[in-house]
Design a protein around this ligand. Structure first.
Ligand SMILES: Cc1cc2nc3c(=O)[nH]c(=O)nc-3n(C[C@H](O)[C@H](O)[C@H](O)COP(=O)(O)O)c2cc1C
Length: 200
């Protein structure tokens, strides 16, 4: 599927074929695409919890205030991030470059995040946002549909997945075979409302 077709046909789908199972290869393809998304300093601070087990999906649906797409989807991806990834052997993010450049980059990376909790959290949300969009477009180009979600009990989901203390949850993306067409788009704002040339 052409990139623009994937972008234009991506919708937040709320009803999936509960009997459809995605293959391990398909799930891997989506995740391999996700990790090609850009991150600041190539920090790759995202962590993906993938759920295909029906009982856990049902529990996640309860924690999502009964939203059915969570239990009906073939795959639920909970996009989390490690707030301390900047301090966990960051040399591994630049293993392919010459040592001198690596040392300089890692030094700069540490200075960007050390003691800056807001920056660490912002980076978590930026990275997961990038990955979420990649997941949705990759899934669409494979003939699947998705729904990005923040409508769930974050503490409850954190407990369910044993979220480490220094990690946060950004959002969930559910993936599956569409069972029902979504309603018409809510309506996009015109470019003239959201685009400003050179300054506001
Ligand atoms: C961060 C985020 C959280 C969302 N949370 C939910 C959700 O909890 N439940 C839901 O049904 N849709 C959710 N949506 C889907 C939006 O309602 C949807 O993207 C928007 O209405 C535009 O529709 P479209 O995605 O079909 O273009 C979420 C979307 C985003 C980006």
């Amino acid at each position: 599927m052409d990139t623009f077709e994937a972008i234009e046909s991506r919708r937040s789908v709320k009803s999936f074929d509960i009997n459809h199972k995605m293959s391990t290869d398909e799930i891997t393809k989506i995740l391999e695409s996700a990790v090609l998304s850009p991150t600041s300093y190539n920090i790759q601070n995202w962590r993906f919890v993938i759920v295909t087990n029906q009982k856990i999906k049902d529990r996640l649906s309860e924690l999502s205030y009964g939203q059915r797409q969570v239990s009906e989807a073939s795959l639920v991806i909970i996009l989390c991030a490690d707030l301390n990834s900047w301090d966990k052997y960051p040399e591994r993010y630049w293993q392919n470059i010459p040592e001198e450049s690596r040392i300089a980059l890692v030094d700069s990376l540490r200075n960007s995040y050390r003691g800056k909790s807001q920056q660490q959290r912002d980076e978590a949300m930026r990275s997961c946002g990038m990955a979420a969009q990649t997941i949705m477009l990759a899934a669409r180009s494979m003939g699947y549909d998705t729904c990005p979600m923040k409508g769930f009990d974050y503490d409850g989901v954190g407990k369910l997945i044993h979220l480490p203390d220094d990690h946060v949850i950004s959002m969930m993306v559910v993936v599956g075979k569409k069972a029902k067409e979504p309603g018409p788009r809510g309506g996009q704002l015109p470019l003239s409302d959201v685009v400003f040339e050179n300054s506001f």
